[in-house]
Design a protein around this ligand. Sequence first.
Ligand SMILES: Nc1ncnc2c1ncn2[C@@H]1O[C@H](COP(=O)(O)OP(=O)(O)OP(=O)(O)O)[C@@H](O)[C@H]1O
Ligand SMILES: [Mg+2]
Length: 502
Amino acid sequence: MLPWAKTSGVEIEIPKAKEILDTDHYDLEKVKDRILDYLSVRRLKPNMKGPILCFVGPPGVGKTSLGKSIARALGRKFVRLSLGGVHDEAEIRGHRRTYIGALPGQIIQGIRRAETKDPVFMLDEIDKVGRDFRGDPASALLEALDPEQNSSFRDNYLDVTFDLSKVLFITTANMLDPIAEPLRDRMEIIELQGYSEEEKLHIAVRYLVPRQVDENGITAEQIEFPEDALRYVIRHYTREAGVRSLERTIGTICRKQARRLAEGKTEKLVVTQEIIQEFLGGIKIRTEGEIEERTERPGVAVGLAWTPSGGDVLFVEANAMKGKGGFTMTGQIGQVMQESMQAALTWVRSNAAQLGIAENFFADHDIHMHVPAGAIPKDGPSAGVTMATTLVSLLTGHRIRPLLAMTGEITLSGNVLPVGGIKEKVLAAKRAGVTHVILPAENKMNVEEDLTKEQIENLTVHYVKTIDEALRVSLPAVAESTAAKMLSTTPAAAHDKAFAQA
Ligand SMILES: Nc1ncnc2c1ncn2[C@@H]1O[C@H](COP(=O)(O)OP(=O)(O)OP(=O)(O)O)[C@@H](O)[C@H]1O
Ligand SMILES: [Mg+2]
């Protein structure tokens, strides 16, 4: 039976909603603020044909759990549907009954599960809806979600219209780009970003540990997670923007203690580094060590990439061999990255003399550039600086300053252009143990607005406007000799010199 008239929601009380959001989630102040704004408007205008909420962010940052909190705050039922891999329109809108094995669509099934007509209905992975010969599920979704038309949603199986206008739809996505345009237009996008180590620590102490202890049937008297131990897990056993695998790992440790208790050992377990290693095996993630090791030779630079799971470091490598001026590009690179590589090479070639690279080097060598396992599905243009630096390092034989990562796009004349995803990239750099980052000068605002002091603690940020400035940070020895050459060779410098002598 469908809940044609049954509702569950009480009137929205904003202070209470705030309290519930605050008890369930650490920080996320801006996000909670926008949710409360949204709910306030709904309170004042219950029939509002408002936008659909959409939480966008990497896995494990709290999108689903915020949705649950909202339902709790509103006293409404919560239902969830994953749209990942839905290709068929009929999955949304149902089959006609003449079809063998016909079923109502997922939306109506969800309403049936909710048993009320006004649940909080979460549609996960709206960025992973496919489309093929079986029709376009996005347009069926639009009919269900669009406040302008969903008061008379027609499911093919039901064959009568159902009023979805009381449902509070919340969608979630890892990425914004793949969402169909007409859907995106009707959404109020709320972005959630990754957490820093400190934030993860707070979340673990306040939420994850108590929850996992409870879920695994033990008590706070039987296990203790000191801060140091949690930090150790965060740093060496998880590399993620959110806290999902952190929570899972804490769960694993709790289960081991549950087993010990079940086997008759009664003493309290204080989790230490040794215990963690015993339970989880050796360190899973090498951080500073890996970066130092891999950048030991000239021609390897550390780049920063935006990924749907919250940013990562990537290594750009270059090598040269005897040849005839060829240029090969390999690795996980898309069109945009190839163009960045070309631009970087062009810049380096056109500045070869100042950089101290032999004039005929390019004629009798082949250059190979490679980005190992830079698993970036959609590579924004942001690696130009990294690539140019890699090439200069290779061709001058100087290794790049250790524990330095960089991002920025370049023009052929050597200017550095701003790039996206700064917060994610900076957090990724910190997770990887980097101590210096090079960012485009025009991104300074993003750092100041999106990152807290705590998040950039122990990290030196170098803002640059040109590749020359970037090289001064990454390859000081090269930059010095370049500056010296520039002084003696540029027409202006020659003029100055002549003038001074006169
Ligand atoms: N700020 C926070 N405070 C407290 N707990 C949090 C916070 N952020 C995330 N969590 C917890 O982390 C876990 C993972 O979060 P959740 O399932 O909501 O992730 P998600 O954003 O929906 O990820 P996905 O994109 O993979 O679906 C949950 O147990 C959630 O309660
Ligand atoms: Mg989720």
